[in-house]
Design a protein around this ligand. Sequence first.
Ligand code: KMH
Ligand code: ZN
Length: 312
Amino acid sequence: MGKPPAHKAIITAAVTGAIHTPTMSPYLPITPTQLIDDIMSVYEVGGAVAHLHVRDPETGMPKADQAIFREVAAEVKKRCDIILCMTTGGSIGDTVENRAKVVSTLEPELASLNAGSINFALFHVAPKFEGQWKFDWEKKYLTGTEDFIFPNTFYTIGKFTELMGRYATKPEFEIYDVGMINNLAYLIQSGQVQKPVYLQFVMGILGGIPATVENLVYLVQTARQQIGEFQWSVCAAGRAQFPMTTQALLMGGNARVGLEDNLFIEKGTLAKNSGEQVAKLKRIAGELGVATATPAEARQILGLKGLDKVNF
Ligand code: KMH
Ligand code: ZN
């Protein structure tokens, strides 16, 4: 392996997630075909990583179905070399065992690893869609989060790190608040996690840290103090998406966009796919003089095992 390229930003797109529901946008990808098309839209405009959740194709409900994960991943692999970052966050209320399965079945290069428990709240957006629901499950799924804790205890995190270690899957640590940096520092100190680590700062979730420039600087500084060297990316919920990802590019970090985090391309206009958002961020990066990484370069930067070593 040669020297990694200097100063190239990795653009990730989280194409569907488990937060938004079909009523919120007709463009939210649901079926395997829609997910594949969305990932290809990301690849075609220069995204290096696609973060993947899957859904029930009939109802659009987020569901960690291993056959669908495989169908989407295998088809994308046939068509291009984009890096797939599989979710182990799953969906609201999913069991830890079910969330973990995608690692042992697909042995991906990269997977999310949520670095602590939080109140993961979506109930506050439900009233906006009253009377418009396309599917019965949507309202309950969102309102139920008023009493939901997204569980990622030290025991659970330990299980995930062990599992990802077994399959040489690199964890992308999802950091929703500053205390989770402390969790990760402990995991490194106790030898459960090896450096270099890759952090995804997830900002603006109700229950997590607000999406502000000051908070991003604080997160990065705190991680430097606690962990030393590390690699990082930022994503932010809703309208904070482009301000925070732009800020990340300015700070020398990496950035994630995609319909998992934000359904819009600009105020009042829904994005037609995640590729539109990647293209916008690429334009911003270009204006700022920030080069972006190809999938091959991102593999090198993150030290991934390679597409020939996945099981799909
Ligand atoms: N499912 C959400 C509660 C991840 O992909 O790892 C959190 C989530 C994070 O989507
Ligand atoms: Zn996710």
